[in-house]
Design a protein around this ligand. Sequence first.
Ligand SMILES: CC(C)(COP(=O)(O)OP(=O)(O)OC[C@H]1O[C@@H](n2cnc3c(N)ncnc32)[C@H](O)[C@@H]1OP(=O)(O)O)[C@@H](O)C(=O)NCCC(=O)NCCS
Length: 153
Amino acid sequence: MELLPYRDEHLALTEALELDPETMSELGGPADPDDIPRVHKMRIDTVAKGEWYFAILPEPSGPPVGAIGIWQSRIQGEPIHEVGWMVLPEFQGRGIAKEALRILIDRARADLRYGRIHAFPGVTNAPSNALCRGAGFTHVEATEVRELDVSST
Ligand SMILES: CC(C)(COP(=O)(O)OP(=O)(O)OC[C@H]1O[C@@H](n2cnc3c(N)ncnc32)[C@H](O)[C@@H]1OP(=O)(O)O)[C@@H](O)C(=O)NCCC(=O)NCCS
């Protein structure tokens, strides 16, 4: 498996992941197609800043089938590192996210920038919670998140 820093050629991967209702079912639903250029640029910028966002290639030089990354975020105002992952539905259930997360954590352990890393899977997101358990994440708390989308009103 290869984790390749996200770049311009991965636009099609972002479209395939973000517009897919199944992949996005636990992440607020499929993205608006008009929002894809912004998401793509955000990922390019993440890599340009030296942060980690990778395309997952199960076979080196083969097609990308998912994405995984660690980026800066905040909990109650405190800076943290958040990890997130996505695999195209037709490639799920084959251990791809598990292996990608193993590689990512190994790299993070070797990089002094990273201490604790946090994941925020929805409570009903069974594969993501299994992934966290398998990788040794500690369950800190269950919390409720509410949002209001004011962008189209
Ligand atoms: C979460 C996701 C990346 C997992 O990818 P994957 O490559 O299918 O995962 P793996 O095959 O490596 O399996 C990881 C673990 O999930 C379990 N799992 C996989 N599919 C499952 C399912 N449908 N229900 C319950 N557990 C499942 C596996 O058994 C494995 O656990 P184990 O090691 O204890 O056996 C994938 O389901 C996905 O893209 N989901 C949509 C995006 C998303 O919700 N991201 C979460 C952001 S926090």
